[in-house]
Design a protein around this ligand. Structure first.
Ligand SMILES: [Zn+2]
Length: 250
């Protein structure tokens, strides 16, 4: 069951424990709009946010098209969905494949999921005017090629999706590591960023960006990163091993 936490006035976090890891989305409220940042893994994950949507205009943002970020959309009333154009393309490729695989693995468990592709797609950046509040969406390819971050300048909040993660970020086979580091370095150097909210692991400040950059650099350099916790879950232990292999191949 999703825990809904009021992180700051008008900013709620949706936090959920999945089998192997936890995931976090957000709900941003303005006077006129409700923005759901990621719909998590299943329509039921969105239940706690429903009472807060009331009569507001609903916008949904997909930080990227991985299953734990976009499968809950059918649990929300209809709204406009924003994402990077490459996320849209994934809805005709790996997104349905992943759902079919999960359905075979766990019969019955995912029947309520219906995939809802984004309608409002962009590349580069897009600024959403929420009426007195802005949500800037910026492409930050790395973890996947369709990854976005969301920046709210009035609050100094950076919603990082899977571009940042604790204890370590998840590298995929085709992750563009140099571009990823470049994108993160831009935000690390941006003094407007006060609070950083990733989709997995700890929330924090720009230190979190610095740590993820250092980790990714160690992968590129083929050095062992020396700032990992002594004990990590099996998921992150395996991910670290895979990250090193993928970085070597890149
Ligand atoms: Zn994720």
């Amino acid at each position: 069951m999703t825990a809904l936490k009021e992180f700051a006035p008008k900013l709620y976090l949706t936090e959920l424990l999945l089998d192997d890891f936890d995931v976090r989305g957000a709900l941003i409220l303005s006077d006129t709009h409700a923005v759901v940042w990621d719909t998590l893994s299943h329509p039921r994950d969105m239940q706690p946010v429903l009472p807060l949507l009331r009569d507001k205009r609903l916008w949904i943002v997909y930080s990227h098209a991985d299953w734990d970020h976009v499968w809950g959309t059918a649990g929300l009333p209809p709204g406009e969905i924003f994402a990077h154009s490459e996320a849209y393309a994934r809805f005709a490729a790996d997104v349905p494949q992943e759902l079919n695989a999960k359905k075979l693995e766990q019969p019955g468990a995912w029947d309520a999921v219906s995939l809802v592709p984004p309608q409002m797609v962009f590349s580069g950046q897009l600024h959403l005017d929420l009426g007195g509040l802005t949500l800037e969406l910026h492409h930050l390819p790395g973890h996947t090629r369709d990854c976005l971050v969301g920046f709210i300048p009035q609050w100094g909040v950076l919603l990082a999706g899977d571009t940042l993660e604790t204890p370590l970020p998840v590298v995929n086979e085709d992750s563009p590591l140099a571009l990823w580091i470049e994108g993160l370095a831009r935000w690390q150097g941006d003094e407007r960023v006060k609070t950083v909210i990733p989709a997995h692991g700890e929330t924090g400040d720009r230190q979190l960006i610095a740590r993820n950059i250092a980790y990714l650099r160690s992968l590129i350099d083929g050095r062992e990163y020396d700032d990992l916790p002594a004990i990590m879950s099996a998921f992150y232990h395996d991910t670290h091993a895979k990250n090193k292999i993928y970085a070597r191949r890149a």
